[in-house]
Design a protein around this ligand. Structure first.
Ligand code: MG
Length: 185
């Protein structure tokens, strides 16, 4: 497997942000969590964080530095976060490095002890790894609400996954939680 292909392999996979073993991550030394917004914390067509998400984040903030890092614009991110006082980075341009650098600067997070949680291989996993940040891939909350550019990204994702599956089926099975939802793109 090439180094490039490895850049698209998440360090961890989970069904959703609710299924991530945060205690385990803390024990392993993770101290900062960067969350993608769209389809990771809320569906693309939901305007604000749900009470459950806010509770989860509040809880996590007792132990972790938490940042929201989104490719969406200022309006969307500010509205989603409401008055939660969370650090939110909009127009992050993942997988480019600029948004990550901003998130690191504003939060004081150490990339070595940071994990990015997101639903996309191309923007979140690849982008995180470019910054030497650990990554956790979650399943998109609502795939149908995706924007056009995201749908393109998902086509690319499918290609990458096929490649990984062909090169190393065992590693593929361990890395990606597959289901018909994912295969039906
Ligand atoms: Mg997303």
């Amino acid at each position: 497997m090439t180094r490039l292909t490895r850049m698209f392999m998440p360090d961890l996979s989970a069904t959703s942000v609710w299924d991530i073993p945060y205690d385990e991550l803390f024990k392993q030394g993770v101290r900062s969590l960067f969350f993608d917004l769209d389809n990771t914390l809320i569906a693309y067509d939901e305007p604000v964080l749900t009470i459950e998400s806010i509770q989860l984040i509040n809880d996590l903030q007792k132990r972790f530095v938490v940042v929201i890092i989104s490719n969406s614009g200022q309006k969307r991110v500010e509205k989603a976060l409401g008055n939660s006082k969370l650090i939110g980075i909009w127009h992050a341009k993942k997988p480019l490095k600029s948004g990550f650098k901003k998130a690191i600067m504003r939060s004081g997070a150490d990339p070595e002890t940071t994990m990015l949680i997101g639903d996309q291989l191309l923007t979140d996993v690849f982008g995180g790894h470019r910054m030497s940040i650990m990554t956790c891939l979650v399943k998109p909350i609502k795939i149908k609400s995706d924007r056009f550019v995201t749908r393109l990204n998902r086509r690319f994702e499918k290609m990458i996954k096929h490649r990984i599956k062909r090169l190393d089926p065992d590693l593929f099975a361990k890395t990606f939680l597959e289901d018909e939802h994912h295969d039906n793109l």
